[in-house]
Design a protein. Structure first.
Length: 373
């Protein structure tokens, strides 16, 4: 403040120095004085505001929550090329944070129109269905919470559909796997879709899944993304592992982005995503399955051929002859089945003379019952 006042005094004194400016102070004394005073007033006002602003040395910790450049969110397809059983072990080796978890604030759509709310609901339901359709209610709520956490974080779009379909029109770089692996080409099951929709309705209405906290990332436990060790592991729900940003960008003050109250058309986003040929990493088969296929390939007369993600097994005549030579013991012999079960299974005809049919005899059908006395 005092430095600024000193500069003002110097400015006013310099106005009196002899010079040859275009605007000479001798010919316009009042205007020159007024201009100098206005400049000093502005400088003093700025100085007063700057003195009121906390510096890095004396600012409270909450104001230092998100410093540095915005983090760049990694793609959902940035996976290490390892087998699922190895991923399970490596994921288990990454420790959960011991710091207390902070629950997210309730999400609010504010004054968004009915059309905007409908699009947000469609996008959030799609994410829950395709990402966690077979999981528990808690697992579905956890996925919904991550999406809404992203909507309020400045590193992501400020809309639900923007978050869900981010990167879906690029060859690589989708944020949620279902938007780039062709899953949306499959018609949803009505019952599972309605279940996911109910979770989405509750989340958009403000329901909070507290165990997830401020997580902005998750992945299945049978894959290992490159970024897993660089984030803070916060929670495990079913097969999904959840993470938040490290440092200030993962703390509550960072989640201050205002909801845009505008949503793109979910149907058009889906069509756009399906029209792109994405590059998605192939998840390796478990070692046990690989060993089984290799064992089949060693059998004389059996040929194993890979056909994309499937395995095709071909038998020739020699293999068929070998199979026919194997002596098989019928199921009824192995379990010592009763005669009734044998007849029911192999259709050998009526049971023995001692076996009586169920129900009344045919000739008695339709006749009135007679009294016992």
């Amino acid at each position: 403040m005092w430095r600024v006042m000193g500069l003002c005094r110097s400015l006013l004194m310099n106005l009196a120095l002899p010079s040859t400016p275009t605007w000479h102070w001798r010919s316009h004394p009042r205007e020159t004085a007024m201009l100098g005073l206005l400049g000093c007033a502005a400088a003093l006002a700025i100085a007063g505001v700057s003195d009121a602003m906390p510096t890095l040395s004396n600012a409270p910790k909450s104001s230092l929550a998100a410093t540095g450049p915005l983090p760049s969110s990694p793609s959902a397809t940035e996976l290490r090329n390892i087998a699922p059983e190895d991923a399970l072990l490596l994921n288990a080796a990454i420790p959960l944070t011991t710091l207390p978890s902070t629950a997210a604030a309730r999400f609010s759509m504010g004054k968004a129109s009915a059309a905007t709310r409908a699009q947000a609901l469609e996008c959030l339901t799609s994410a829950i269905y395709y990402e966690a359709g077979q999981e528990s209610d808690a697992g579905q709520r956890a996925v919904a919470q991550v999406i809404l956490n992203r909507v309020r974080h400045p590193a992501y779009p400020a809309s639900v559909c923007g978050v869900v379909f981010e990167g879906s029109t690029r060859t690589t770089g989708c944020q949620f796997t279902f938007t780039c692996d062709g899953s949306m080409a499959l018609t949803p099951m009505a019952s599972a879709w309605n279940r996911a929709r109910k979770v989405a309705v509750d989340a958009l209405a403000g329901a909070v899944h507290a165990p997830v906290g401020l997580a902005t990332h998750y992945h299945a436990n049978y894959v290992l993304p490159y970024w897993a060790s660089s984030l803070v592991k916060t929670h495990i729900e079913g097969p999904h592992i959840f993470y938040r940003w490290a440092g200030g960008w993962g703390r509550p003050p960072a989640f201050s982005q205002r909801y845009a109250a505008r949503e793109a058309d979910a149907r058009m986003l889906r069509q756009a995503a399906l029209s792109v040929e994405h590059v998605v990493p192939k998840i390796l088969a478990p070692a046990s399955e690989i060993a089984a296929v290799e064992a089949l390939d060693k059998i004389d007369g059996v040929k194993v051929a890979a056909a994309g993600p499937r395995v095709s097994i071909h038998f020739n005549l020699k293999a068929r002859e070998a199979v026919e030579k194997i002596k098989l013991t019928p199921y009824v012999e192995r379990v010592a089945a009763s005669d009734n079960l044998r007849n029911a299974l192999d259709g050998a005809g009526p049971a023995g003379a001692e076996a009586k049919p169920f129900g009344p005899p045919v000739e008695a059908m339709g006749k009135p019952a007679t009294s016992a006395n």
